[in-house]
Design a protein around this ligand. Structure first.
Ligand code: URA
Ligand code: SF4
Length: 190
């Protein structure tokens, strides 16, 4: 258990709890406002993220930033962004269950320190790990589910939206629902 982001980040940056530590260039701890009420969680770093040490900095990240901006959210101001695993899986394969299990402790500590009101799962990997193992993004996107005092919502992964642009209107609807929910229950976000 950590009492400060500084200590947590320092220990996390040296993590060797799973094999992904061997192939990383940079560990991607997360970015944004550590006091945010809204936390976004992706899957894991891709190539650009691994090279820069920051989450969602490639094409998917640019698209994510557009959706965020559409609802007055900004990774440099009022949200935080992290991933299920903090080191890049080779060839961008899905992180293995064992890797997710090894890594989730770091995310738990981030959540404990941040105490977000809302967690948005970007894509199947984080939604199935954090909401329910059989979560189906195409069916359950945009639904808010309460767990342990935090509201969870799953939506499309930006990379999926790049592959299937026809899902963008549905994704935008999810972000608009998120905005309404934030207005309802958050105090410092807008
Ligand atoms: N995809 C993710 O899930 N996370 C990132 O940080 C980048 C791409
Ligand atoms: Fe540690 Fe997570 Fe990186 Fe594995 S993916 S080495 S558990 S930080």
């Amino acid at each position: 258990m950590y009492n400060s982001w500084e200590e947590l980040k320092k220990d996390c940056m040296g993590c060797t709890k799973c094999e992904l530590c061997r192939t990383r260039t940079n560990l991607v701890f997360g970015t944004g406002n550590e006091n945010a009420e809204v936390l976004f969680i992706g899957e894991g770093p891709g190539q650009n993220e691994d090279l820069q040490g920051l989450p969602f900095v490639g094409r998917g990240g640019q698209l994510l930033d557009k959706f965020l901006a559409a609802v007055d959210l900004d990774r440099n101001k009022n949200i935080y962004i992290a991933n299920m695993v903090k080191c890049r899986p080779p060839q961008n394969r899905d992180p293995l269950p064992a890797e997710q299990e090894a890594c989730i402790g770091w995310l738990r500590e981030q959540v404990r320190l941040m105490r977000p009101k809302i967690i948005v799962c970007l894509g199947r990997i984080s939604a199935q790990k954090l909401i329910s193992p059989d979560f189906k993004v195409t069916k359950q996107h945009g639904e808010f589910i309460e767990k342990g005092g935090i509201l969870f919502m799953g939506t499309f992964h930006p990379a999926a939206l790049l592959r299937n642009p026809n899902q963008k209107p549905d994704a935008l609807e999810d972000f608009l629902k998120l905005k309404e929910k934030i207005k309802e229950i958050c105090e410092r976000t807008y």
